[in-house]
Ligand binder design. Structure first.
Ligand SMILES: C[S@@+](CC[C@H](N)C(=O)[O-])C[C@H]1O[C@@H](n2cnc3c(N)ncnc32)[C@H](O)[C@@H]1O
Length: 286
């Protein structure tokens, strides 16, 4: 029988851990967010750390968020529309996982469900139990991360899923699966756009661009820069995160007055320091 869930009022947070997630950089990013804007655009949504933080501040705005990863976009829509069924499916995953973590993890990893709840519960389950919570697919679009080393993973964070669901039900929020260009093309004066693309690699070994099976190459960074300039001319306020790579510094040289260097070490804990520990950029045009 379907269980009934009470709505809990808590602040929504990312429901998945996402590569490049901005949770730890929130203090510095939110410092640079404009006081007022009519519409908020975030076309590289990922786990949505910045979006969830801003949307729960009670601002009077419209929110247009999207991501090209179709499974991720489907997860947002499913949490919005079918959260109780999703929680039930995650409870089942959780019970099965704790009976035999290794075999259950790989069985689910190899599965390719077609139904909406099965697809989304698989994504959340794998995200909570896989190594580092890193979403990565191979060239065929298949999730290929090994099992993580968690002793007691919290597979069903019911309170947060309900808080996310309640938030996303607002008529002022639109969630889409699309390329960033389509997502931001209608932004106009008075709007604010936060851009957090896959980072330009600083070295050959630091390439973490496999969020979808279509890699984000330097031609995409150039395409993004061209949209940045178009929006700038329209009077849109734009804030962009990226690595401090020579290519990005050179691409954005006309906006060098708005480049802020962030020492990510100050915000990221010592374990992940070894992974990323260096300077990142925030680039703004206001
Ligand atoms: C750095 S992550 C965003 C992380 C996010 N800010 C967070 O806190 O979790 C980049 C995101 O861009 C998405 N993406 C990759 N290529 C894209 C494209 N061409 N258009 C829109 N989104 C894209 C990826 O699926 C990924 O979720």
């Amino acid at each position: 029988m379907k269980q009934q869930y009470r709505l809990v009022s808590s602040t929504p947070k990312p429901f998945v851990k996402w590569a490049g997630g901005k949770r730890q950089l929130l203090p510095i990013i939110t410092k640079h967010v404009p006081q007022k804007f009519d519409r908020y655009f975030e076309p590289f949504l990922g786990g949505g750390a910045v979006f969830f933080n801003l949307v729960s501040q009670g601002r009077d705005a419209k929110w247009l968020v999207s991501d090209l990863n179709s499974d991720l976009a489907l997860s947002y829509v499913t949490i919005r529309d079918r959260v109780e069924e999703l929680i039930d499916a995650l409870e089942t995953h959780s019970a099965n996982y704790f009976k035999n973590p290794i075999s259950y993890y790989y069985k689910i990893r190899e599965s390719n469900p077609k139904g909406q709840i099965d697809k989304v519960s698989r994504l959340v389950f794998l995200n909570k139990t896989c190594f580092n919570g890193l979403y990565r697919v191979n060239s065929k679009g298949k999730f290929n991360v090994p099992l993580g080393k968690y002793v007691n993973p919290n597979i069903v964070n019911k309170e947060n899923l309900l808080a996310v669901s309640a938030t996303l039900q607002s008529k002022d929020i639109s969630i889409k699966c699309q390329d960033f260009e389509a997502a931001i093309k209608n932004a106009s004066s008075g709007d604010f756009v936060y851009l957090d693309p896959p980072y330009q690699p600083v070295s050959d070994t630091a390439n973490f661009t496999s969020y979808t099976n279509a890699n984000f190459g330097f031609d995409d960074q150039e395409r993004l820069f061209s949209k940045f300039k178009t929006l700038d001319k329209k009077g849109v306020k734009i804030l962009l995160s990226n690595s401090k790579s020579d290519e990005i510094v050179d691409l954005f040289k006309d906006f060098s007055d708005g480049i802020i260097e962030i020492n990510a070490n100050r915000f990221i804990n010592s374990v992940s320091k070894r992974r990323t520990g260096h300077i990142e950029l925030l680039i703004k045009n206001y």
